[in-house]
Design a binder for this molecule. Structure first.
Ligand code: SF4
Ligand code: SF4
Length: 416
């Protein structure tokens, strides 16, 4: 690697290292408590896929280039040189980590491996080694905001099918504005995945509650965040923030997309609107008696997979469970659950950036956990989890029916 390239990368690394990240890099005692916490290590017993093993690849660069000890006694802390071979190592660890932060729950110092891997991702972008399937999708999301008329035309095509489905299910919607767009002053801006299933279930719930709402032009998922590209991520969530502010909505409701929810809830800063997830909204409607669910429409036992970004990383544990209990008396918990739930193994964009073989190999503990729950239906609240859990269901022959909670709500919805 040329010296000037290395210097550019080290400048990028320095930019990423705020006070918290420096503490994470300086304070690991190598106690190893986090090792068994990572689903990838627990499934493979390969130390490269442990939290501490991953972090060491970044920490060794930190030792070499940002600490005095690395300069005078590099052998002391295994300081390493930033070169092409080390970049390959960074790729392997950064894009095998889902950013689930289960390791952080067990670390006595609360070291956040996800933030350490964000440094690795920044270096990979600087070296043009970012996963192109993620970056290309992120670019497509940004382009949507640049050509709003074309975006609207495509969305309206999708809405034709949605409206037909809802009218067939609920004839009382005839003559009503079933999926409003650009509704200024609406209470809610609903951000879906801009695909029929996600729009239909959300629209059914919002119509059943008699809500004043508008559908966002944009999909919730943020591929820039998965790629570790802060600039792209900001442009992607910025489209939705601008839309919510333009329409002066009171609440931004995010469909079942874990990363979108975490970004909107914790990263965009204080705004004129509140951010909630669709399941928090359903829980509220149920409490207020604005919607009703028919328990006879869902058959069999139901268990729930806590998506890392909604549960452990955002603290939403009870709302999805309350919603599930409103459509079934046969709810069984997976063990462990809530903050200690095993990651599905597909988060952090790995569903797209990694080969299925790798995702299956590193998620064996998740498959064991699902099998032990023995439920007929495995419900979750994140589209990425849904894709990975369906793959696990097929690969490990778990014989469960994997569904989003909102789809089960849609099935059980009593519409007057
Ligand atoms: S964030 Fe999750 S995937 Fe990454 S090292 Fe920690 S436990 Fe493993
Ligand atoms: S538990 Fe924390 S301190 Fe211990 S090895 Fe893991 S990251 Fe380091």
């Amino acid at each position: 690697m040329e010296a000037s390239k290395r210097q550019d990368l080290l400048t990028l690394m320095a930019d990423k290292m705020n006070r918290a990240v420096r503490l994470y890099l300086e304070n690991c005692s190598r106690c190893g408590t986090c090792i068994d916490a990572c689903h990838a290590y627990a499934s493979t017993r390969d130390i490269r896929f442990s939290a501490v093993g991953r972090a060491q690849n970044v920490r060794r660069l930190f030792e070499n280039y940002f600490r005095v000890t690395g300069k005078i006694a590099p052998w002391l802390n295994d300081a390493e040189t930033l070169d092409e071979a080390w970049m390959d190592k960074l790729y392997e660890t950064a894009f095998s980590c889902t950013g689930c932060r289960r390791c952080m729950v067990y670390c006595p110092f609360g070291i956040d491996t996800q933030q350490i891997q964000a440094i690795a991702k920044a270096l990979l972008i600087g070296m043009d080694m970012d996963p192109k399937p993620l970056t290309m999708r992120a670019r497509g999301e940004i382009d949507k905001a640049k050509n709003l008329e074309l975006t609207r035309q495509k969305l309206e095509k999708e809405l034709t099918g949605v409206k037909a489905e809802l009218l067939e299910k609920y004839p009382s919607l005839e003559g009503k504005e079933i999926v409003p767009l650009d509704k200024e002053g609406a209470n809610i801006l609903f951000v879906s995945m801009v695909e029929k299933p996600s729009i239909a279930s959300g629209a059914a719930i919002l119509n059943a509650a008699g809500e004043s709402w508008s559908l966002s032009y944009f999909e919730a998922v943020n591929f820039g965040a998965f790629a570790g590209n802060a600039n792209m991520s900001e442009q992607i969530y910025g489209r939705i923030v601008a839309e919510a502010e333009r329409l002066r909505v009171k609440e931004l409701v995010i469909c079942e997309c874990g990363t979108a929810y975490r970004i909107m809830k914790h990263i965009i800063g204080k705004r004129s609107f509140r951010v909630i997830s669709i399941l928090e909204l359903v829980n509220r409607y149920l409490t207020e008696g604005r919607i009703k669910l028919d328990k006879s429409s869902i058959e069999g036992t139901v268990t729930y997979h806590d998506p890392c970004q909604i549960a452990r990383n955002s603290g939403v544990y009870e709302a999805p469970r309350n919603v599930i209990r409103a459509f079934t008396d046969s709810f069984v918990e997976m063990i462990p659950n809530r903050s200690e739930n095993w990651c599905c193994g597909g988060g952090g964009g790995l569903v797209i950036a990694q080969e299925p073989e790798f995702r299956m190999m590193t998620s064996r503990v998740k498959a064991d956990q699902i099998r032990a729950a023995g439920a007929d239906i495995l419900a979750t609240a994140c589209e990425m989890c849904l894709a990975q859990l369906k793959d696990l269901n097929d690969e490990f022959e778990l014989e469960t029916d994997v569904k989003l909670v909102s789809d089960l709500v849609y099935e059980a919805l009593v519409f007057s």
